[in-house]
Unconditional design. Structure first.
Length: 266
């Protein structure tokens, strides 16, 4: 089975301008396809921007099958590239910090709602999701989805490992001074859970926040296969099923677990 070439779009787009961000996404999808990528991953809340007023987030929020979802489905279909994008989702009278995966044929494959909301800003703007493991099959891999703060909870990522996730997609809005998460924590999560993790960040100042970039694709052997800098960038890495299988054969973490000892965790 060939590796899944994955493009990481490190960009904050334009705050509050969905139309312009769709244009940026279209251009990135074209570039990704030209370089042989089968998957393009954006940052958290890429569709609208992150540092918005609560009312603006509510006003810009769309259903999972709304007009932007249809536009992104057409982008994916036209370029033959699957797309994972962050956006504010409106559903059942609530607004969620969400990420949706669209297949290369334009079909919606999976929609995830952030389960762990970071700080008073997110807790005031969003309702937390309640499904910790959301997955879809893509390019011969089982793909899982999280958003930003979620990956910092080891139980969350371990739940994905036990559910068979091969490639975990994590759109993020990682800000100063927490860049150690991108630099150190994400590769460790990939190693201890024997999976690939694509961690895709925003960049630069936005409202009261300073996003640090440093997007990466970390592999199950703990090696960072690609790493962006601090600015706007499209970087590429490969999620290789052969390396994944070899690493899982060698690494005993999941086999040597003793779940009976961990009951106190829940």
């Amino acid at each position: 089975m060939p590796p899944l070439r994955t493009a990481l779009l490190q960009s904050s787009g334009r705050l509050g301008d969905t139309a312009d961000n769709l244009k940026t996404l279209d251009e990135a999808a074209e570039r990704a396809a030209q370089r042989g990528a089968g998957l393009l991953v954006t940052s958290e809340m890429f569709l609208t921007g992150y540092a918005l007023e609560v009312q603006d987030i509510a006003d810009l929020a769309e259903p999972a099958d709304g007009p932007s979802a249809r536009a992104i489905g057409e982008i994916a279909r036209r370029h033959g590239v699957a797309v994972l994008y962050g956006y504010p989702e409106r559903a059942a009278g609530a607004v969620f910090n969400a990420a949706q995966l669209v297949g290369p044929d334009g079909a919606r494959l999976a929609n995830y709602r952030k389960t762990h909301l970071f700080g008073s800003f997110e807790q005031g703007a969003f309702t937390p999701g309640d499904a910790p493991v959301v997955q879809a099959d893509l390019g011969g891999l089982r793909v899982g989805i999280m958003i930003c703060y979620d990956v910092e909870f080891p139980e969350n990522v371990r739940a994905h490992a036990l559910a068979g996730t091969d490639l975990l997609l994590v759109p993020t809005a990682q800000m100063h001074p927490f860049q150690f998460v991108a630099e150190q924590l994400v590769p460790v999560r990939a190693f201890e859970n024997q999976m690939y993790i694509a961690y895709v960040n925003r960049t630069g100042p936005e409202g009261e926040f300073e996003f640090v970039g440093l997007s990466c694709l970390a592999s199950p052997d703990g090696i960072t296969r690609t790493r962006a800098g601090r600015g706007e960038e499209l970087v590429f890495g490969e999620a290789d099923p052969e390396l994944l299988n070899a690493s899982r054969t060698t690494n005993p973490y999941l086999r040597d677990r003793r779940p009976g000892l961990y009951a106190s965790l829940v």
